[in-house]
Design a binder for this molecule. Sequence first.
Ligand SMILES: [Zn+2]
Length: 428
Amino acid sequence: MIPEIELKSPQEIKQFQEEKLQELMGYLSENSPYYKKVFSENKIAISDIKSLEDLEKIPVTTKDDLYKFNDDFLCVEPSEIIDYVTTSGTTGNPVFFGLSDKDLDRLAYNEAISFACSKISKNDTIQLMTTIDRRFLAGLAYFLGARKLGAGIIRVGAGIPELQWDSIFKFNPTYLIAVPSFLLKLIEYAEINDIDINTCSVKGVICIGEPLKEQDFSDNSLSKKIKSKWNIELYSTYASTEMSTAFAECEFQQGGHHHPELIIVEILDDQNKPVKDGEDGELVITTLGVEAMPLLRFKTGDVVRAHHGACKCGRNSLRLGPVIGRKKHMIKYKGTTIYPPAMYNLMNDFSEIENYIIEIDKNEIGLDNITIKLGTKAASEDLMKRLKDHIRAKLRVLPTIVILSIDDVHKLQFPGINRKPILFVDKR
Ligand SMILES: [Zn+2]
């Protein structure tokens, strides 16, 4: 189930997207109060935008624009909205997204071709270990995608290892959808309760939320840790509510494949100019085929690297590498650019480190300061030396490291009613 366009040449894919872009320009200029205003204020005529390069003539859309002018992005009558979704905006207040009937069909198609990309077929059964309600889009997308593909789906939801294992042995799912760190909880539960995980039906996991790969597509420590105990395939997938589109890995696992029918991808630098091929930049997207709330040049805030060239699976669409970090979390430290996920990876390399939190603030002359607070039962000079050597080797610089009790770090990670631990605090 590979869409034909993904097998075409990069030139043909580009041409195809340019036709879709022109359709979108016509649609927005007729139906979107927000983009009508943008076009008129910037004197953009629809006929000006013919190629993907012409996109540069249009201002980018920020998360802030989406928050401030939320309702103006709606291109259909409110009565056309079937599903109501929210995502957290820049201020922490929710941003609303509406999906029409057609948008739900598009979402189902997106997820079906993304599942198929990761080798899931009609004969598979998927156990969903993420939430499907609470106005989130992801769980619903997975359900619709499985239905469209004809695969079975078991909606267990997030957490509760006992229920997850019970369901695995009762219904024999071949795939799971889960946050990778939750797989460690499942393994831990199985070890305590004498469950032989390698005899269960699960072949692979569609992993969301946390990176599994280094930038060269080798397994990161989280991925290695899981695979050392459990003989399964781990597939990364990257998606968001705003994109309404997923980038899923194929069996060769060389980045998430772009679906040209559904989204236009730009990778931009700080001046909103395209980066050179292979350089890191912010992912900026334009949705295709979205009816209720299409987005044009939306800045996702995620820093990624695109990979071009044919993939062994036959697809020629570009591939996105693992998310390097959030643009706003970028740290300039002693002349080096660092994103928090790189430091999470380093902490995960040490089994002695029980928990950790990374704090960023500014020093008296306005430069970024990094403090890693970690909890361990095995504090020693030897551990400190190995840790420092490892960090220096990978990051080329050494942040301040403070060893605390596991309890104290736990308190810092869960300051309020948070369900998930906080790993990064930005005090700048
Ligand atoms: Zn591929």
